[in-house]
Every structure is written in C-alpha cells, then in structure tokens.
Design a protein around this ligand. Sequence first.
Ligand code: SAH
Length: 229
Amino acid sequence: MSATDPGDHRGIGMTSARTRERLVRRLAAGGIHDATVLERIRMVPRHLFIDEALASRAYEDSALPIGQGQTISQPYIVALMTQALLEGADAGRLEKVLEVGTGCGYQTAVLAPLARQLFTIERIASLQRAARERLTSLGFGNIRFRHGDGCEGWPGQAPFSAILVAAAPAEVPRALLEQLAPGGCLIIPVGPPGQQELLRLTRTAEGIKRECLERVSFVPLLGARTEKP
Ligand code: SAH
C-alpha cells in the first residue's frame, strides 16, 4: 500500500470484506483481468462515497444516485476504464493523469495511487466540494481538484499521460486530445444516450489511434466544445 492509499476502511455486514470480495469476483468473471485494478476495487470503501441510506447496496455492481441528477459509476465501468487506461498508457507509473467528472470521487479514489499526480474536474460545485472533503479525509495526498468545465481540460498542467472522462459528449472535446502527452491515451464514452461507445484514443507518432472498447451508458458531458477524433 502506498503512502497515498488510505487503507481498507473495513466495513461490517453488507459493506464487509466478504461482500467486497464477491464484487471483485464478479468483475473478474466479467472480464476484468488486471490484478492492480481488482486490488483497487477491493481496497476502496465504496460505501463511504454514497448516501448512508444506500450503503447496503454499495458493493452491488450497479450505478447509484449521488444527487444533482448524477450517479456514482457502476464498479464494472470504473474497473473497465481503469484497466483500459493502464493498458493504453506508456508502461510504468503514470505521471500526470486528468479525470473529467469527479462526481462523488469514487473513480478518483480508484485511480489516485496509480498516478504520481491526479487532477480532477467537476462542474457541479456541491459534488466537487463533497468529493474533495471525502478524499482528503480518506488521506489521499496527490489529488488536485477544480470546479469547472472539464471539456477545456486543465491547460496549465498539460500534457497528461492519460485522461479519463466519466460523462459522454456527442463528440470528443478537442482540448482533451491536445492535452495528451506523446503515447498518452484518452478513455472517453462518446455518443447520444442509447448509442454510446467507450473509446480509447492514443497519441502516436502517426496521429491519433482510435479503439472502440465497449457499448456503454453514461450521463451526458455538458458544455462540450467538441470535434470528431
Ligand atoms: N466517476 C464518477 C462519475 C460521476 S457521473 C463517480 O463515480 O461518482 C459524471 C460526472 O460528470 C457528474 O458528476 C457530472 O456533473 C460531471 N460532468 C458532466 N459534464 C461535465 C463537464 N463538462 N465538466 C466537468 N464535469 C462534468
């Protein structure tokens, strides 16, 4: 466990280690094969990222409401995106990683120990504040938070080894592609509701390589300045 990993925050009953293990096994059976990703799912106390009234459902593999019309992502999707990011990024430890759509901060917590620095942007101020407080109290020390439009990226901190977007634009925001380091990848769901695909776009010497990973369903990315990849 690294210095920035707050530990396992053992739960009881429906939030216990056994309940979490069941989720990990389910994700592994569903095609998540990266041991680092499965270990992060095992370690992050998802029940602390949602309303107490929903805590008994925290280790089900489903999206749950977090207020403001938004949802905490389904664990399978968080695992799939993290795995795609680790496979796509240059070998070795990730330097700077950008996340767009902090939400409650669950994906942020899964990612943080895998990067040297994690930058995360959320457009809804109340969610951003709550995520910041939660992640700080859990002891994460390498995360920087911003309230704003993630479609613009974070120009002052670019380039990024990887960028992960947790909401779906109609088309890929150009600024995010521009802020990828050479060899870096952008993991992003794209398309209208009902027709979204999770893409991995990698900056190579020959240009942007485009891979379709899976059909998905995300909340919309709002305020997008976009362009086709
Ligand atoms: N991984 C998060 C997902 C939250 S849902 C979690 O598990 O909690 C997606 C989030 O993206 C929402 O909180 C929404 O407010 C945010 N979002 C949508 N458009 C955005 C934009 N343009 N910039 C930043 N955040 C945005």
